[in-house]
Design a protein around this ligand. Structure first.
Ligand SMILES: [Zn+2]
Length: 191
């Protein structure tokens, strides 16, 4: 009996793990049903990248460069000059760029948010959490970039990190809602 209930528990845990692991692909498959093959190839895509050595920063810069209307970023630690520069360039070519950072970044000795702000990026700080630890980039109505990756040199070159680039309407909508929830209590950078 003892063994049996232990087994059951093990299976339940395994099922939850499976659900978590495959939740995004499952949503992907579901929404793909209603589309033509052409729409599917254009609209649905999953791409997994890993650090170190996976070229995550380059892919993020590439996606930022492809933005036409809107970029929304929620980031915990942001010190990458290259990504900051890409966001500045986007703002300069007329793309609306919003960046929400954890409150700790406001007082950080080096923070490219000051330069970004000067170049037309709308910068906000989120003080409503112990740590505003989400790492999300939303581009137009098209792409979600998310994972463990902070915009730092360490995340690019040293750490074990992962990023998923998702093109899926349902996933995008969920992430957009989350972003907007944080934006509602975030405070615009002053100075
Ligand atoms: Zn928040």
């Amino acid at each position: 009996m003892q063994v049996r209930s232990h087994l059951f528990y093990g299976r339940a845990v395994f099922s939850v793990a499976l659900l978590t692991t495959f939740a995004v692909p499952a949503i992907y498959s579901y929404s793909a049903l209603a589309m033509t093959p052409k729409e599917k190839s254009r609209a649905n895509r999953l791409e997994a990248l890993f650090s170190p050595g996976g070229g995550i920063e380059s892919r993020i810069v590439e996606e930022i460069g492809a933005a036409r209307k809107q970029i929304r970023v929620q980031m915990y630690i942001f010190t990458s000059k290259r990504i900051a520069e890409a966001l500045c360039q986007a703002a300069k070519r007329g793309v609306s760029v919003e960046v929400i950072l954890d409150k700790s970044q406001e007082k950080a000795t080096y923070g490219p948010w000051r330069t970004m702000r000067r170049d037309g990026v709308n910068v906000y700080f989120d003080s409503d959490h112990e740590t505003a630890n989400s790492k999300i980039v939303l581009i137009d109505d098209r792409v979600v970039i998310t994972g463990s990756y902070n915009f730092t040199k360490a995340a690019e070159e040293k750490n074990a990190e992962n990023v998923l680039i998702v093109q899926d309407r349902s996933v995008f909508q969920a992430y957009r809602e989350s972003f907007e929830n944080h934006m509602a209590h975030a405070r615009k950078a002053a100075g």
